[in-house]
Design a protein around this ligand. Sequence first.
Ligand code: SF4
Length: 98
Amino acid sequence: MTVQEEGLGELEVWIDQDLCTGDGICAQYAPEVFELDIDGLAYVKSADDELLQEQGATTRVPLPLLNDVRESAKDCPGDCIHVRRVSDKVEVYGPDAE
Ligand code: SF4
């Protein structure tokens, strides 16, 4: 099912680095979106592959990677990957999702 079919619209993802365990699961699932920095914590990447090192930075979730990002949020041991709608910032996958 696509994001449009689910009625979710555009999604963005951010990581709460305070809770990141640095295990790298997200970077294995979706290396286009997540990467570990030299500090051992995971960060999101921009569409042009730039690591966004600001704490809580967001990046858009490319539609073809939605499943990988969703699985990352589900399996994240730190429970610190947040996926939310761009339009109203409501979390759809992650610890704060309904
Ligand atoms: S899966 Fe979660 S805890 Fe593990 S590196 Fe990624 S953000 Fe950190």
